[in-house]
Design a protein around this ligand. Structure first.
Ligand SMILES: Cc1cc2nc3c(=O)[nH]c(=O)nc-3n(C[C@H](O)[C@H](O)[C@H](O)COP(=O)(O)O)c2cc1C
Ligand code: SF4
Ligand code: SF4
Length: 258
């Protein structure tokens, strides 16, 4: 049976999960949501997977947009996995609501803890800690795949009442400010004008002017530009200079050029 997995990922955690699920399920297309939006990729498979990170205890804006324009038959089996750094809150409950608007039911929803990538607040965890999370991620895949392959109406990790309430507050305050928050990005003197930041940006939010990146205020805050810059020249506000970057070790910048 055919599966399509649509993913969003800035630093590879969600991409890792998407590929691991696809490999174990077989006969699965893995498509970047940014590309699917651009190319209007239709949902044609019997099984639909959504894999993405938690942002501000909720859905990244691009995931929300993608889901709000989903066209899929109401019988499509839907599953979702969201990766998070510390607390996923009510992210999957929010997803359930959005899918319902499209006539779809989320049959299975899991949260998987992975290294946090929000460098404006913290540096990447130690490699030994990262490895523990990668091992734990690999360990949950077989059970998830069994449930997906059996098209079970399983559990959705909803975040509990407190998580859902806090999610609403944090998300409603934070999410509308994200697109323009890129005014805090700048390239420092280490920038050599290579242009990689513009190429990894999933929403073409960066242009090079006089060999320097300029941000165009339709940012998703995925951190791909900051994390993949080979010279660590991109800073966000005053706190990121010298702070340890995070990228999932299985991927290269080219995997993010969609
Ligand atoms: C803008 C932004 C907001 C985030 N908000 C949360 C959050 O509310 N809770 C959390 O646990 N992790 C949060 N994170 C961390 C990511 O969810 C986590 O590192 C995720 O695995 C990254 O996935 P990716 O590598 O596929 O981009 C946030 C990251 C970013 C960039
Ligand atoms: S990736 Fe880094 S070095 Fe290259 S243009 Fe962007 S900021 Fe400059
Ligand atoms: S500008 Fe940077 S943080 Fe914003 S969407 Fe593009 S790559 Fe992500």
């Amino acid at each position: 049976m055919k599966t399509q997995i649509f993913y969003f990922s800035g630093t590879g955690n969600s991409l890792r999960v998407a590929h691991d699920l696809a490999f174990a399920l077989g006969d699965t297309d893995v498509v970047a949501m940014s590309r699917a939006i651009r190319e209007k990729t239709p949902v044609v498979a019997e099984r639909l997977g959504l894999v993405f990170p938690v942002y501000m205890w909720g859905l990244p804006a691009i995931v929300d947009r993608f889901c709000r324009q989903l066209e899929a038959s109401s019988g499509t089996y839907c599953f979702a996995v969201t990766t998070y750094g510390g607390s996923a809150g009510g992210t999957l409950t929010q997803l359930q609501r959005v899918l319902k608007l499209r006539g779809l039911t989320l049959s299975l929803g899991r949260v998987i803890r992975m290294p946090g990538n929000y460098t404006p607040m913290y540096g990447a965890p130690a490699e030994s800690m990262q490895q523990k999370m990668f091992d734990a991620e690999k360990a949950v895949i077989p059970e998830l795949v069994r449930q997906i392959a059996g098209e079970k109406a399983g559990h959705v990790d909803g975040g509990g009442l407190v998580g859902r309430l806090l999610s609403k507050v944090v998300y409603r305050f934070g999410m509308p400010r994200i697109a323009a928050s890129d005014v805090k990005f700048r390239a420092d003197e280490k920038c050599d004008g290579c242009g990689l930041c513009a190429r990894v940006c999933p929403v073409e939010n960066i242009v090079l002017q006089d060999s320097r990146p300029m941000w165009r205020h339709r940012c998703e805050q995925c951190m791909a530009c900051l994390q993949w810059c080979p010279r660590e020249a991109i800073q966000f506000g005053a706190s990121t200079a010298g702070r340890k970057r995070y990228r999932h070790p299985d991927f290269k910048a080219r995997d993010f050029i969609t």
